[in-house]
Design a protein around this ligand. Structure first.
Ligand SMILES: [Fe+2]
Length: 343
């Protein structure tokens, strides 16, 4: 069996493949690691046949949609998943065949309504239903502590004690556990009484995950993360360093610095000679303000992010020489470079 566990900031994902057929499945891939999964599949010489999410993640950005396209493989989720891009939806007991591997879906609602565990030979991918020394929380959208009680005590924990547990998260760098070890040591499983389990889950008082809204927006609806939008824009524009721009100021070589911040920020100080065109008005005023489509343009904002989006938009609008400043006014000022104030 080919088995790669990819950990990123507490998220665990898995690339599991069949040695002889070189086919594989990718489980719970995370957005920031897209290039890593693609590279790993190539390095291992496997063909990823399925990209699977164990549930609708509320705390990380799923890369399933993007990787499903890249690998030309269906995105697999539980049949109750709201994700419009989930092409293959599994019922409880459905099995995926990956070469000579067989993965059986066990519907385990509770953490979310669409949570499922995938049982394969000596191991189970538990998603957030069962974590090492913990369980998924039940206070986020579609969470249900009663359902989690049933999924754990009525289903998952009935697997053989030696079954290896591979969760979707671990924040302490552990790779796996076993069903037996969790039954013996997991504090959340100490009390199998339904009412007491439910009361415990209802009183955990956990802080909301950092990117809850963005995760639900992207994972449930197939939207894109802000980081993705920025990364995409950054691949479409070249950058100019702060030092390069500073060296060119006053040279009269036709370089136009376009400050895309709001008026107040611009008036508080800008790159000498910069002209002001807020990003919100870019498309509306571009024709009047930038009359030469062959001009060399450098966009500038506060932190270097909005300016990247603005430069990408300018290129799309037909300014092929638009670039973005690598950094923004914050870094410019920190570097001690000259700032111009309005007259
Ligand atoms: Fe989760």
């Amino acid at each position: 069996m080919i088995f790669e566990q990819i950990a990123t900031g507490g998220c665990q994902s898995y690339l599991v493949g069949c040695e002889s057929s070189r086919s594989a499945i990718l489980i719970d891939p995370e957005q920031s690691q897209v290039d890593r999964y693609l590279g790993l599949a190539g390095q291992l010489g496997v063909h990823v046949r399925y990209v699977l999410d164990t549930h609708t993640h509320a705390d990380h950005f799923s890369a399933s949609r993007e990787l499903g396209k890249a690998f030309q493989a269906p995105v697999v989720m539980n049949r109750l998943s709201p994700a419009p891009y989930a092409e293959m939806r599994l019922d409880d007991g459905d099995m995926l065949i990956v070469g000579n591997l067989r993965l059986r879906a066990m519907h385990t609602p509770g953490h979310t309504r669409d949570s499922m565990c995938m049982v394969m030979e000596d191991r189970v991918f538990t998603g957030d239903t069962l974590l090492i020394g913990g369980t998924g929380r039940t206070d986020l959208p579609t969470g249900d502590p009663e359902a989690l009680h049933g999924s754990l005590f009525g289903k998952l924990l009935a697997l053989p004690l030696e079954t290896r547990v591979y969760p979707a998260h671990d924040y302490k760098g552990r790779s796996h556990s076993t069903i037996g070890a969790e039954i013996a040591e997991n504090p959340r499983l100490k009390n199998s009484e339904r009412a007491e389990f439910v009361a415990m889950m209802q009183h955990l008082d956990l802080a909301a995950p950092t990117h809850l809204t963005e995760a639900l927006r992207t994972n449930m609806n197939g939207g894109r993360t802000v980081a993705q939008l920025l990364a995409d824009a950054a691949t479409r524009v070249p950058f100019v360093s702060l030092a390069e721009l500073r060296a060119r100021i006053g040279r009269q070589d036709g370089l136009i610095v376009l400050d895309v911040r709001e008026k107040d920020a611009f008036e508080a100080g800008h790159v000498p000679g910069a002209i002001h065109l807020p990003r919100g008005q870019l498309e509306l005023r571009v024709n009047a303000m930038l009359t030469d489509p062959t001009a060399r343009l450098v966009t500038c904002c506060e932190f270097g992010k909005i300016s990247t989006l603005a430069a990408a938009t300018l290129r799309e609008l037909g300014f092929p020489r638009a670039a973005a400043l690598d950094g923004g006014m914050k870094a410019w000022i920190e570097a001690g470079y000259e700032v111009e104030l309005p007259d």
